[in-house]
Design a protein around this ligand. Structure first.
Ligand code: C5P
Length: 244
C-alpha cells in the first residue's frame, strides 16, 4: 500500500537538459516532496552517474530512462548497477528485447540487499507508426503490438510499462490494476504542445488509469516551475491512485 505522500507524488519531471547548471537551477525551484525526476539519455550521457547521485542526494526519487536493450546477462548487470550504485526508484527496458531479457531484468536483484526499483517496459516507441512497424516485419497495428508487449512485460514480472496517453485506457482494462502505467505527452489546455502530437490533460490521463505522469517542458520551461508543478499536482491529486 502506498503512503499518502507517495500518492501525492505522481508527477515525474523530465529533466531534458544537457548541462548540470540548468538541472541544479531547476531543482532549486521544485520540491522532492511534490514530484519525482526522470533522467534520460541526453543528460546521462553528458553528465553521467555523478549527476544522478547528486539529484538523489537532494531527496528526489529518480526514474532512470535509459531503455536498456541487450542480451539478458548485460541487461541484468545494468539493472543491478542502476539499483546498487545509483539507488534509482524506477528504470526501464525495451520490451522488444524478448522474454528472456525481461525475466533477467525482473530477476536481477533477487537476493540483493537494496531498494527495489520499479522495472518497467517500453512497448512501441510513440515515434513509430504502423508503416514503420511493417518495415520492421511487424504485421499487427501499433495498438495490437503495444498490448502484446505489455502482456509480455507482465508475464515476465515487470512492474509496468511506459505508454502514451491514448493507450492507457485499453491497457488499464486488459492488465491487473497493480501493473503500473507511466504516461508522457501530458499537457494542460493552454500548454504549448511542442513536438508532442497526441497529448492528454493530467486529469484525463489519471482518470483513464495512468499511475504516473511524465511532464517535461510545461514545468521545466515555465517561467515559474514551482507554480507549474503545483498546478499539475493539484490536477491529479483528486483522482484515486493505484493502491499498490
Ligand atoms: O517536454 P515533454 O513533456 O514533452 O517531455 C516528455 C518526456 O517524456 C520527454 O523526456 C520524452 O523523451 C519522454 N517520452 C515521450 N514519449 C514517449 C516516451 C518518452 O515524450 N513515448
Amino acid at each position: 500500500m502506498r503512503t499518502a505522500e507517495e500518492n501525492h507524488k505522481r508527477i515525474i519531471v523530465a529533466l531534458d537538459f544537457a548541462a548540470e547548471k540548468e538541472v541544479l537551477r531547476l531543482l532549486d525551484r521544485i520540491d522532492p516532496d511534490n514530484c519525482r525526476i526522470k533522467i534520460g539519455k541526453e543528460l546521462f550521457t553528458s553528465c553521467g552517474p555523478a549527476l544522478v547521485k547528486k539529484v538523489g542526494e537532494r531527496g528526489f526519487d529518480i526514474f532512470l530512462d535509459l531503455k536498456f536493450h541487450d542480451i539478458p546477462n548485460t541487461v541484468a548487470g545494468a539493472v543491478r548497477a542502476a539499483a546498487l550504485e545509483l539507488g534509482v526508484w524506477m528504470l526501464n527496458v525495451h520490451a522488444s528485447g524478448g522474454r528472456a531479457m525481461l525475466e533477467a531484468a525482473a530477476g536481477a536483484l533477487a537476493g540483493a540487499d537494496c531498494r527495489r526499483p520499479h522495472i518497467i517496459g517500453v512497448t512501441v516507441l510513440t515515434s513509430l507508426n504502423d508503416r514503420d512497424l511493417s518495415q520492421l516485419g511487424v504485421r499487427d497495428t501499433s495498438r495490437e503490438q503495444v498490448l502484446r508487449l505489455a502482456r509480455l512485460c507482465h508475464e515476465a514480472h515487470l512492474g509496468g510499462v511506459v505508454c502514451s496517453a491514448g493507450e492507457v485506457a485499453t491497457l488499464r482494462k486488459k492488465l491487473p490494476r497493480k501493473f503500473l502505467l507511466v504516461t508522457p505527452g501530458i499537457r494542460r489546455p493552454g500548454d504549448v504542445r511542442g513536438d508532442q502530437k497526441r497529448v492528454m490533460g493530467p486529469v484525463e490521463a489519471v482518470a483513464a488509469g495512468a499511475d504516473y505522469l511524465v511532464v517535461g517542458r510545461p514545468i521545466t520551461r515555465a517561467e515559474n516551475p514551482r507554480a507549474a508543478l503545483a498546478e499539475f499536482v493539484s490536477a491529479v491529486s483528486g483522482n484515486s491512485p493505484n493502491p499498490y
